[in-house]
Design a protein around this ligand. Structure first.
Ligand code: COA
Length: 378
């Protein structure tokens, strides 16, 4: 916006630092991302998702004893109430699982034994309950939509084993579990993205964590944010084969249409999470014996870079990875929720610890003040 008395407008808040944060750091100049100082690709190779969840919430990696306690606390909270199971059964069969999990988290807020307590200690206990119960809700909703009974959580399962078992009633091979765990670590946290900023904004009003996470889920659903991992797989299926990928993309360019899974607000020369996720998506293609989606992806990425200089983001390899793991496409963004609850909660704790109401300004461009005309004169 120009003009001497007009403020500078940062549309989409591009380039605006809204607050400080010690949870994670994006370094676009090196395409890198750290959680509490650790490179995310190192966490993927050396840690499990539960260790990373502990790290995000506590600032340090757990000792073996701390990890065991954390896992036990999560495993103990996986069951959901008969009332919530009844609510899930009443969802329309064609409801999107993101809408289902948004509603479940809101309902969990109604039932929470500490609903009125927004102290840091209570927020942390509620976050643990959400981390544990979100997979149960996602799986129960997707199974109910298919007319299947829910599977009871098994407290001896790891977080990844539990997720698969709740959805499919079986635990897959270790290499599938590892690829899934890596995806959870990569999706866990990413500074002030739209859903995290939404969760922080809700928290800044001193509202409860269930409200903040419900709002975060609503923001994550959109295809410009988390919904892109589903959109990527729809796109790959529409293309169908690597042989026609270049031609398909040219038509997209002709229509000046977005290509899902490409581009990023912060990274402009690559996303550090992509090589790690691609490596594990490739492993899934080997396990399943179907290279079609990864080959199609390779052709798209090469042409996007050559002709538009736009790099893929994490959703690009995550979409086919989840498809190859056997998940239905509408479950991809809910899986993102099951992971990102860790990052959202870390930001809710941080916002609450040094809070100031988030309330920006808007520059008014509407009509000047005028008199309300009587009905007869309208
Ligand atoms: N496909 C085609 N063109 C794209 C593109 C994509 N995925 N991403 C960016 N561009 C284009 C923009 O249209 C713009 O072109 P213009 O200058 O001719 O208008 C140019 O690249 C610069 O875009 P930019 O300002 O950097 O985008 P942004 O920061 O406002 O938006 C996204 C970032 C993520 C919303 C955007 O890249 C996008 O919509 N990507 C697809 C959805 C997606 O994968 N989302 C997941 C994000 S992690």
């Amino acid at each position: 916006m120009s003009g001497s008395n007009e403020p500078t407008i940062y549309k989409g808040l591009v380039g605006v630092y809204a607050d400080v944060s010690a949870v994670s750091k994006v370094m676009p100049e090196t395409n890198s991302l750290t959680y509490r100082g650790y490179a995310v690709q190192d966490l993927c190779e050396l840690c499990c998702f539960e260790e990373v969840a502990y790290l995000l919430w506590n600032g340090e990696l757990p000792t073996a004893a701390q990890l065991a306690d954390f896992r036990a606390a999560e495993a103990a909270e996986r069951e959901i109430s008969p009332s919530l199971h009844a609510v899930i059964k009443a969802f329309p069969k064609d409801a999107h699982p993101m809408d289902a999990i948004r509603t479940c988290v809101s309902f969990l807020g109604l039932e929470d034994p500490e609903a009125g307590d927004t102290s840091d200690a209570a927020q942390r206990r509620k976050a643990m309950r959400l981390l544990a119960k979100i997979p149960t809700c996602i799986a129960a909703a997707t199974r109910a939509a298919k007319g299947l009974l829910p599977v009871a959580p098994n407290p001896s399962h790891t977080f990844a084993e539990n997720f698969f078992n709740l959805v499919f009633d079986k635990v897959p091979a270790p290499e599938v579990l590892k690829s899934f765990d890596v995806s959870l670590i990569l999706y866990a946290e990413h500074t002030f993205n739209a859903s995290t900023f939404t969760a922080r904004t809700v928290t800044s009003t001193m509202a409860d964590i269930h409200g903040a996470i419900t709002a975060g889920i609503a923001a994550l659903k959109g295809p410009l944010h988390g919904g892109a991992n589903e959109a990527v797989m729809h796109m790959l299926k529409e293309i169908g084969s690597p042989d026609v990928a270049e031609e398909w993309l040219s038509t997209r360019f002709d229509h000046k249409a977005l290509v899902m899974g490409f581009g990023h607000r912060v990274y402009k020369s690559g996303d550090s999470r992509v090589p790690t996720m691609t490596k594990y998506a490739e492993k899934m293609a080997e396990v399943v014996g179907d290279r079609r989606w990864m080959e199609t992806s390779r052709v798209l990425a090469a042409k996007m870079l050559k002709e538009k200089n736009i790099h893929p983001n994490l959703d690009f390899p995550a979409g086919p990875a989840y498809y190859l793991m056997g998940f239905d496409i509408p479950l991809f963004t809910p899986i993102f929720v099951a992971s990102r609850i860790t990052g959202w909660a870390a930001h809710v704790f941080e916002q609450g610890a040094d809070n100031r109401l988030i309330r920006p300004l808007s520059y008014y461009t509407g009509l000047e003040q005028r008199a309300v005309p009587p009905m007869s004169a309208r």
